[in-house]
Design a protein around this ligand. Structure first.
Ligand SMILES: [Fe+2]
Length: 307
């Protein structure tokens, strides 16, 4: 593909060139129960992330997004493009996304490393990919098609996993890094997803995160998850229905300490709490970001605090 940049170009690109969200701050997911409060209240968080599919048609929802974008930087997060699907991308869906991106001019556009159906059939779930060269080439082709249609780079998000494929040819981290290198896209690093997958599949979440090149990461997701006993085995379920787990906060903190502040979203999609609770959770991320923002600016000016 002509548009694929060299590995060196992709890996060394400054993430803020994609992000447009400087200084990096915490944001919250835009959910219908909070529309009215966000419209009528003072600005309460750094930015908002909207599920693209909820705003592709007109009506009240799109009116809300049009109004809120006057106050908040917006990120568009797609859930239905099926980038990892074996068939062709749904060009009607891609066109709807293109029109929305043109209208909203979001700071970030992201999608999942997953598949959600086959031609003409939509499954309401983010289904897993095998980490194989064949799946990688297919994913990169679809990312390239999407970026060409939108005229801008996108971010791809690591999945939460409940199973592994025996015929995998590489690790998940290697697969994602290679997809970014070949397509020139960035990474939306969901730290909760890494932790959930690590607990379910038995790998080391800290080692996974450590291996991700910092310059690839343009956004971070944090969310709560639940535990379920399945025939005597504890399964972690990525249900986005509670506060962020302390273990996930610890991994997040270590990641920010290593790669520097990045725009960070608190996702909450089930058992949605009051806006106040959501904003309080995002403030925890903001506190960590500002701690490391101060540290990096002190290092930048040579003004190191006394030990
Ligand atoms: Fe996420």
């Amino acid at each position: 593909m002509d548009s694929v940049p060299s590995a060196v170009t992709a890996i060394s690109r400054r993430p803020d060139a994609i992000a447009g969200l400087e200084p990096a701050s915490a944001g919250i997911g835009l959910r219908h129960p909070h529309h009215r409060a966000l419209l009528e209240g003072e600005r309460c968080t750094g930015w908002l992330e909207a599920h693209a599919e909820n705003y592709m048609s007109g009506g009240w929802s799109r009116h809300v997004l049009d109004r809120l974008r006057e106050t908040y930087p917006i990120s568009l997060h797609g859930v239905g493009l099926s980038l990892g699907g074996a068939g062709r991308l749904d060009t009607d869906h891609l066109e709807r996304l293109r029109r929305l991106v043109k209208r909203v001019e979001p700071a970030l556009v992201s999608e999942h490393v997953a598949w959600t159906g086959l031609e003409g059939l939509y499954l309401n779930d983010l289904l897993p990919l095998p980490w194989t060269e064949e799946a990688l080439a297919n994913l990169v082709m679809h990312i390239d098609q999407t970026q060409s249609a939108l005229g801008r780079p996108i971010l791809i998000e690591n999945p939460s996993s409940y199973l592994a494929f025996r015929h995998a040819e590489m690790s998940e981290g290697e697969f994602l890094i290679e997809a970014c290198r070949r397509s020139g896209c960035g990474l939306l690093l969901d730290v909760n997803n890494v932790y959930v997958s690590a607990r379910n599949l038995g790998f080391d979440a800290a080692a996974y995160l450590q291996a991700i090149p910092g310059p690839l990461v343009s956004e971070i997701h944090l969310a709560g998850h639940s535990r379920r006993d399945v025939e005597g085995i504890e399964l972690r379920i990525d249900d986005h229905g509670s506060i962020v787990d302390p273990a996930v906060w610890a991994l997040y903190r270590a990641t920010i300490a290593r790669i520097g502040p990045r725009p960070t979203l608190i996702e909450w999609d089930s058992e949605i709490p009051s806006l106040t609770v959501l904003v309080e959770e995002s403030a925890k991320a903001d506190a960590i970001l500002s701690e490391f923002r101060q540290q990096s600016s002190a290092e930048g000016t040579g003004c190191h605090a006394a030990e």
